[in-house]
Design a protein around this ligand. Structure first.
Ligand SMILES: O=C(O)CCC(=O)C(=O)O
Length: 285
């Protein structure tokens, strides 16, 4: 049996567009992921290109090797087995399936370190680029995409790189072109606090973003994005090579439908889609 949302979580999801799961990771796991982020910046991978916005370029290592400095690494699955295990970790994944239904893909993974610096003002956005920003689902619709944000650092007080949300903005028109522009300090913004190991689940259409970080220490996070099956992953142009190291359910979430592409795929699901998503083979094998 997969877990489902509590009535309180469902209510907060519907009204606010997000909710927080406390202590999904224990301290040992937090430490493991945190070390993996430090190691990751020493290795080749996808870092931001600057322009066009939201695009990433291949680098041999992250420019700044100080673990407390900024890092934004995409497509993190290949760096460690723990990143693969996290694809469908039941405490979080079951709830994503309860919200989105079983016809889903894992569409991107990301590791971010927000340095403590006076130079970063924070920003506010929705997920998924220019078009998706303009698509807002209704209260009764399944979401198009959901992100799970795992905190690897404690976040206390204001301007500590808080994940900052505008509750309810996922289902309402939002003054995206306001002058002055909307920031994490605009009235209505809610800067979230949390502990390392907590996970925030939020809708793609929720206006959100990081606040500045004047806390004196870096804030580390991991982000996993899930979308409906008919959409596409934005971390890989074809199915990632990591599928060879994955369970059947993880393979399906990475877009491996078990056969070569044929017209109709992804829009119409394989006959075993529900079973494939409901079956956690790591438990039964
Ligand atoms: O808080 C961050 O560092 C960025 C998170 C975010 O805005 C996002 O994942 O879209």
């Amino acid at each position: 049996m997969m877990r489902t949302l509590t009535a309180k979580q469902r209510e907060q999801w519907d009204i606010d567009g997000y909710f927080i799961l406390e202590q999904v990771f224990d301290p040992k796991e937090v430490a493991h992921f945190s070390t993996q982020l430090d190691v990751m910046r020493t290795k080749p991978g996808w870092d931001p290109m600057g322009t066009p916005r939201g695009h990433y370029g291949w680098v041999e290592q992250t420019l700044d090797q100080d673990p407390e400095s900024f890092m934004d690494r995409r497509d993190v699955l290949s760096y460690d087995q723990a990143f693969l295990d996290l694809i469908d970790r039941p405490e979080v994944f079951d709830l994503i399936v309860d919200i989105m239904g079983p016809h889903i893909l894992l569409s991107m993974t990301q590791a971010i370190v927000r340095a403590s610096t006076p130079d970063f003002p924070g920003y506010t956005h929705t997920d998924g680029g220019e078009a998706l920003r303009r698509i807002r689902v209704t209260e009764t619709s399944l979401p198009l995409a959901i992100k799970a944000m795992y905190l690897l650092s404690d976040v206390n007080g204001t301007d500590s790189a808080n994940f900052t949300v505008f509750p309810g903005s996922h289902i309402r028109p939002f003054p995206e072109n306001a002058d002055p522009i909307i920031t994490p300090h605009t009235p209505g913004a809610v800067p979230l606090n949390g502990k390392a190991g907590d996970c925030i689940l939020f809708s793609h259409s929720l206006w959100h973003g990081p606040s500045p970080n004047n806390s004196g220490r870096a804030r580390k996070t991991l982000l996993y994005n899930y979308c409906q099956l008919f959409m596409r992953a934005y971390d890989f142009g074809k199915i990632s090579n990591v599928v060879e190291r994955c369970t059947p359910r993880q393979r399906r979430l990475l877009g491996d439908l078990g056969h070569n592409f044929r017209p109709g795929d992804y829009f119409y699901a394989p006959v075993d889609q529900v079973e494939a998503i409901q079956r956690d083979s790591s438990l039964s094998e």
